[in-house]
Write a protein that binds this ligand. Structure first.
Ligand SMILES: NC(=O)CC[C@H](N)C(=O)O
Length: 219
């Protein structure tokens, strides 16, 4: 699966994202700088990595969401292409309107960096089909603003449509309904705060994140 990893000033999980993509999806995965206006020909997956784009100035992901490459990312998503946003990438997706809701300061106002347990709530999506329904996986979080919020109608819609893909087993940040990852209505855009790319080899402590990439590969 041909993958483009978008780099913003302040991205810091871009190398890990590229490594995971090359390991599990496609040797030819490439970086794309945020000032570009087009994705490489034939891109199937856009990977928005974690980090502190623009130093989290204004709000996490707010400036990155308005960078030139995002027009191409939106067009890619509208055409049905896959988009995976992890951590700051999830924040960029909510800020750009590709996913609903917002990520606000963690409940305890601390940056948190630790492995957490997630329950796979929906294993029918292109990003989760290699997991079992209800499977509990261990993937690290590393964020200060991962507290998922949306209005009650949006939360109800996400739940009714099975769009909560990953839920925290032990909510670390105050996210409504323990939400750790959601998909858009069409199912081709996933945002999640935990970092699957940091859990793709046992050397890293867990390989439970591999399923996200293996699901995409099997799509
Ligand atoms: N690892 C990350 O992507 C950090 C995300 C974000 N800037 C935060 O701290 O909330």
């Amino acid at each position: 699966m041909k993958t483009a990893v978008i780099q913003f000033p302040g991205s810091n999980c871009d190398a890990d994202a590229l490594h995971a993509a090359r390991l599990l999806l496609d040797q030819d995965a490439t970086f794309v700088w945020h000032t570009e206006t087009a994705l490489p020909e034939g891109t199937e997956l856009v990977f928005l990595p974690g980090g502190f784009s623009y130093g989290d100035h204004l709000r996490s992901g707010a400036i990155a969401a308005r960078s030139p490459i995002m027009n191409a990312v939106k067009a890619h998503a509208e055409a049905g292409g896959f988009v995976l946003g992890v951590c700051n990438g999830f924040q960029v997706l909510t800020e750009s309107g590709l996913l609903p809701g917002a990520l606000s300061r963690n409940r305890d106002l601390h940056f948190m960096c630790k492995p957490v347990h997630l329950r796979v709530e929906n294993n029918k999506t292109a990003f989760s089909k290699s997991y079992d329904a209800g499977q509990v996986i261990e993937i690290p979080i590393a964020h200060g603003e991962g507290n998922y919020y949306a209005d009650a109608a949006t939360i109800a819609e996400l739940e009714e449509q099975g769009r909560v893909v990953f839920r925290y087993a032990d909510n670390p940040n105050g996210s409504l309904n323990d939400i750790a990852g959601i998909v858009n209505k069409r199912g081709n855009v996933l945002g999640m705060m935990p970092h699957p790319e940091r859990a793709v080899e046992l050397l890293l402590g867990s390989e439970d994140g591999k399923g996200v990439f293996e699901s995409l590969k099997a799509k």
